[in-house]
Design a protein around this ligand. Structure first.
Ligand code: SF4
Ligand code: SF4
Length: 149
């Protein structure tokens, strides 16, 4: 990977290795969400996708994730307009909006521990979808995000 590539190149100029490394591994995008059909607002749950390993906040089967979880979202520079549903801390959203990576980002901090300690990742509060019956999901809403376009 090129030295401090996240400061020197646009998202669509990154190699696939750089693109993957840009993800901070917070797991926030792997939390389940409900969307209000009329307003478009998103209700975010503290329930993580069944494939997320909550301890590491990493996908349990990244290579085959689209086979196992068909509605898993593929992020790409071409879909940058959709990044507004990602958390403001998300590295892709930061770069897309012209902001810098935070000091806790693993690329800057040298690993994910600082991110976990600061509570950026879902490790401290998420429960797995495997442990929550579907009829109880609404009890797990932790935030409503306005999607303002
Ligand atoms: S929210 Fe962004 S930085 Fe965090 S895991 Fe998802 S894609 Fe990666
Ligand atoms: S399949 Fe993997 S990457 Fe996709 S939402 Fe689930 S845990 Fe996250």
């Amino acid at each position: 990977m090129r030295d401090r590539f996240w400061e020197r190149f646009d998202l669509d100029e990154l190699t696939s290795q750089e693109w993957e490394a840009l993800c901070d591994g917070c797991g926030q995008c792997c939390l389940l969400k409900f969307q209000d059909e009329q307003s478009g607002d998103l209700a975010v749950l503290n329930v993580a996708c069944e494939l997320l390993d909550i301890g590491s906040c990493r996908c349990g089967d990244y290579a085959n994730r689209f086979d196992k979880v068909p509605d898993c979202t593929q992020l790409s520079p071409q879909r940058v307009e959709e990044f507004r549903w990602l958390p403001r801390s998300c590295a892709y959203r930061r770069i897309a909006e012209g902001r810098k990576l935070a000091g806790w980002h693993p690329l800057i901090a040298g690993g994910p521990e600082r991110m976990h300690r600061k509570g950026i990742s879902v490790r401290s509060f998420a429960v797995s979808q495997r442990e929550v019956p579907e009829e109880q999901l609404e009890d797990h809403i932790i935030a409503i995000l306005p999607i303002d376009g």
